[in-house]
Each structure stands twice: as C-alpha cells, then as structure tokens.
Design a protein around this ligand. Structure first.
Ligand SMILES: NC(=O)c1ccc[n+]([C@@H]2O[C@H](COP(=O)([O-])OP(=O)(O)OC[C@H]3O[C@@H](n4cnc5c(N)ncnc54)[C@H](OP(=O)(O)O)[C@@H]3O)[C@@H](O)[C@H]2O)c1
Length: 241
C-alpha cells in the first residue's frame, strides 16, 4: 500500500484497520514530510502485525524528485495529505499561508497523484482513496481558501474516476466532515458531527471493500451538506458560516 500523509492519525488508523482485518501488503510505503516521526508507526506495524514498511521522505512544498518514487508500486493508494492553515480572519492576506493551503491540498498534490495513477493505469488495476473535504462543497467565509483547494481536489478525483473507469482503476473520494485529529486540535466541535480517526478508518475501509465512489465521514454529513448546498445565495452570503 502507498500512504501519502503518513503521520495523519486517520492514515495510520486506516493502515491498522486493513492489517487488523487480515490484509497484508508486500510493503507499506509511508510517504511523509516528517519521516523521523513516521518511524514510530513503521515500528508499530512491524511489531504488531509483522508488516514490512518503507519510509519515503516527501514534502510537497519542496522540489519533488520523482526518481526517488520510481520503485514505489502498489495496487492500493491511500492519501490523507492535507493542510488546514490559518482561518480567513488570520490568514486571508498572508500569501505564504494561501500558497501552502493551495499547494498541499491541491496544486502540488495532484501531480504526485497523477504519478501513481499512471502506474495503476499501465497495470490496469488499482484503487486510489483520497481524502478531500465537505469544505469543498460550498465556499464559506471562515475557510474558503482551504475549501476552494478541496473543491479542486474533489473535481479532480471525479474526473480521474471517470477517466479511469474503463482502465480498471478505481478512485474513491472521501469527504470527511469533522474528525478529531491534530488538524482540528483546539477547534470547537460537535460530538454528533465528529468522527474519531478509528471510526473514520472503519467507514473508509467498509467503503473501500464495497467499492464506493464517494463516501462521507460521518454519513450525517451528506445530509448537512445537502442542506448547505441548497441554501439560496442571497441568504447564504449573510450567514456567518
Ligand atoms: N480533521 C478534520 O476534521 C478533517 C475534515 C475534513 C477533511 N480532512 C482531511 O482529511 C485528511 C487527513 O486529515 P487529518 O485530520 O488527519 O490532518 P493532519 O493530521 O494534519 O494530517 C495531514 C497530513 O498531511 C501531510 N502533510 C502536511 N503538509 C505536507 C507537506 N508539505 N507535504 C507532504 N505532506 C504534508 C502530513 O503528513 P506527514 O507528516 O506524514 O507528511 C499530515 O500529517 C486531510 O486531507 C484533511 O484535509 C480533515
């Protein structure tokens, strides 16, 4: 399995869920911008599941040397890469913040996803699971730079799924609502709308096995977003969302 954003608790919970369900991979490739932190997880899956892994440094905001990724090959890719960045209030006019949000969530990520998509296309097999966000469904004043990058990612995944259909490569878009991870530490949350990394991993694994195209974490977010998408613009623009 190829894992992008390996230090995400959701990515690690997903790998654990797969291994706990009895899946084994020749190698789990853990791509990470903080490889020294990833080492602990690599040791954990080695000890608990006898699962071999390899840590590959990958910082999307630095030059990517595709040669170092050439030998990475698997039929399963899980991408939890993401960057929330500063809120609109604190960061809208901070160009470095804006570039990082757009880069990590979309602009710098898509070429890497394409790199692995091409490998799967040539083998005519594989599944790509990529975490986007409900934030991409409608721009809200509180975080619309992040939302717009996720909207781009969601559209990319939709197109890729369509392009890959007759090439036997599956593409699953994962739309988390709110998950209890380091990304959301300190942010106000509603328990009924919040998934733990373990719960998120279970939902994603089930969707992977049942070959879903799009999955919400948690399912209630499908209803929440249906409502949000349908609020008329003349009302929506006045809301403090
Ligand atoms: N938490 C939520 O409520 C929530 C809601 C909606 C969507 N999401 C999405 O779900 C995914 C997982 O989120 P999470 O909550 O687990 O967030 P997280 O803990 O911040 O994980 C995101 C991971 O992205 C990787 N990353 C960040 N900057 C990078 C860079 N410059 N280059 C390469 N990789 C980089 C990091 O992994 P490495 O350190 O291993 O590189 C980081 O651990 C993300 O795509 C996020 O946008 C989360």
């Amino acid at each position: 399995m190829i894992v992008l954003g390996s230090n995400s608790e959701v990515a690690q919970a997903f790998v654990e869920e797969c291994l706990a369900k009895g899946e084994r991979f020749p190698t789990v490739y853990l791509l990470s911008s903080h490889p020294e932190t990833t080492a602990k997880f690599a040791a954990h899956i080695q000890v608990k599941f006898l699962q071999n892994s390899e840590i590959i440094p990958l910082d999307l905001m630095k030059t990517i040397h595709y040669k170092t990724l050439e030998n990475i090959d698997s039929d399963v890719l899980f991408c939890a890469t993401g960057y929330l960045g500063l809120s609109t209030e604190d960061g809208l006019y901070d160009n470095e913040n804006t570039e990082r949000i757009i880069g990590v969530n979309y602009a710098k990520l898509v070429p890497v996803l394409n790199f692995f998509a091409k490998k799967m296309e040539s083998k005519r097999t594989g599944t790509m699971m990529v975490l986007s966000s409900v934030a991409g469904e409608r721009g809200r004043q509180s975080n619309f730079i992040y939302g717009s990058a996720k909207a781009g990612l969601t559209a990319y995944l939709s197109g890729l799924r369509n392009y890959m259909f007759d090439k036997k490569v599956r593409v699953m878009t994962v739309k988390p609502g709110f998950m209890d991870t380091k990304m959301t530490e300190g942010l106000p949350s509603n328990p009924a709308l919040t998934a733990s990394p373990k719960k998120a991993a279970q939902i994603i694994y089930k969707a992977f096995k049942s070959q879903k195209n799009v999955v919400y974490v948690l399912p209630i977010w499908a209803i929440v977003m249906l409502i949000i998408r349908n609020i008329p613009e003349f009302i929506f623009k006045k809301l403090k969302l």
